[in-house]
Design a protein around this ligand. Structure first.
Ligand code: GLV
Ligand code: MN
Ligand code: MN
Length: 418
């Protein structure tokens, strides 16, 4: 007999907590702007830490600013069952991306606290630093350091567009912890998240049981042409870096269509120098994000981008430096974690389906070193990285109930030492 089968989270408290965090860094159109390691990020973290301490959790902060809030179990030699996500957002972010996963984990642990349930293995809530990769690129840096994908010194040295380094910003906001990143053991990691895509909503399913994540590569492209007068320079012979960038951007979009249906490609950031109406632009910087669930296809896309960018630059007498700044292979999640999520979903009677994540997540890094899976819930129109991002309270509550019961099952069955 499973004596915790009756437990259910408090959906209203979960919703209220999400809305409270959204007060830090409100966007202009109803969403959130809480870039990593800003004052707003610090304020959200501080409130999260306070909430965890109120229910007796012990806080550890590592030297990448990742926060671990531990609720002791019966056998604290066991590696903890960990759940969480991130509190940073995109510049025009929604209220749910990342925040939901952190606060669903908190709500699950609050439910254990309210009901005086002691798990065998300890449970922890985690907040990963800089998942978004918007202020500091690439994305999922701190979970990447945790998983040994990035060196800590490299991560510390990454700067934002104003030249502020991650380590200085961690120190400035008071979240440069003293535990070496990667030291906190993880027996298993579960991350709840809105789907950020249209599949669950289209199929009328409440829960996505996530089996893996697609691969992605990020590039920085720097074009060098020649500044020149907009009025007196004849059209032939111009070395207009922006016109060349425009041709490249069209090519990058068409390339994803060539690799349909699963390929996607995006140019999301561009800067033009000198950015003056009547000077032909001599320099352009832009970013490239390409993704595919199949590593071989992703490699083909990358090879095509590199060849075609060089060809376009050559045709126009513009120099192009293309730097691959991130190569993230597709991942498959752990069968036991997937089974625990599926069992919890069945116990609770929610409609569900398996899917592969289109978005990147901290879980896609941590799965390289610990058993991991994710729980998705629908979001309206599949819209995310948009201030209008929205999710139904009932779906958020359902995903949180699944998280609670998957955590309980994993915390019971754990055998490995911390
Ligand atoms: C993270 O938000 C991503 O870019 O997938
Ligand atoms: Mn996210
Ligand atoms: Mn995101």
């Amino acid at each position: 007999m499973n004596e915790t089968a009756h437990l259910r989270v408090n959906g209203q408290r979960l919703w209220d907590s999400i809305m409270s965090i959204a007060e830090f860094g409100p966007g202009q159109h109803g969403g959130s702007c809480r870039l990593a390691l800003t004052d707003e990020d610090r304020d959200g973290r501080d409130l999260f830490v306070r909430w965890c301490e109120e229910i007796g959790c012990r806080i550890t902060i590592d030297d990448m600013g990742n926060i671990f809030a531990r609720r002791a179990g019966r056998n604290n030699q066991l590696a903890p069952i960990v759940a969480g996500s991130h509190l940073d957002t995109q510049p025009h972010g929604g209220k749910f991306d990342g925040v939901y996963g952190v606060l669903a984990a908190l709500e699950a642990v609050r439910t254990l606290h309210d009901n005086n349930v002691t798990t065998d293995a300890p449970v922890e809530i985690v907040v990963w630093t800089n998942e978004e990769g918007s202020r500091f690129a690439p994305a999922m840096i701190a979970s990447g350091v945790y998983a040994g994908v990035f060196e800590k010194d490299y991560a510390w040295s990454i700067t934002d567009s104003d030249g502020n380094s991650m380590v200085d910003e961690l120190r400035r906001i008071g979240y440069l912890g003293d535990v070496p990143c990667g030291r906190n053991p993880i027996g298993a990691l579960l991350e709840a998240h809105i789907e950020q895509g249209p599949i669950l909503e289209a199929n009328n399913r409440q829960i996505g049981i996530v089996t893996g994540g697609q691969g992605q590569r990020w590039y920085d492209a720097r074009l060098k042409g020649q500044d020149s007068h907009a009025g007196s320079t004849p059209m032939p012979g111009r070395r207009d870096a922006l016109v060349v960038a425009a041709e490249m951007i069209s090519m990058i979009q068409a390339l994803a269509l060539d690799f349909a249906p699963h390929a996607v490609s995006t140019v999301g950031e561009i800067s033009v120098i000198p950015n003056s109406r009547n000077t032909i632009p001599g320099e352009v910087f832009f970013t490239i994000d390409i993704r595919n669930p199949d590593a071989k296809v992703l490699a083909q896309m990358a090879a095509q981008i590199e060849t075609r960018v060089a060809a376009i630059a050559g045709q126009h007498g513009v120099v192009c430096q293309l730097d691959e700044i991130w190569d993230k292979a597709p991942v498959e999640f752990d069968p036991d974690c997937i089974a625990a999520i599926a069992a919890a979903t069945h116990l609770l009677g929610y409609s569900n389906q398996q899917l592969v994540s289109g978005a990147g997540h901290d879980a896609c890094q941590v799965c390289l070193v610990a058993p991991t899976s994710m729980i998705f819930v629908p979001c309206a129109g599949g819209l995310s990285h948009n201030e209008q991002e929205s999710a139904e309270p009932g779906d958020l509550e359902a995903g949180c109930n699944v998280l609670l019961h998957a955590m309980l099952a994993l915390a019971k069955n754990r055998q490995g030492a911390a």
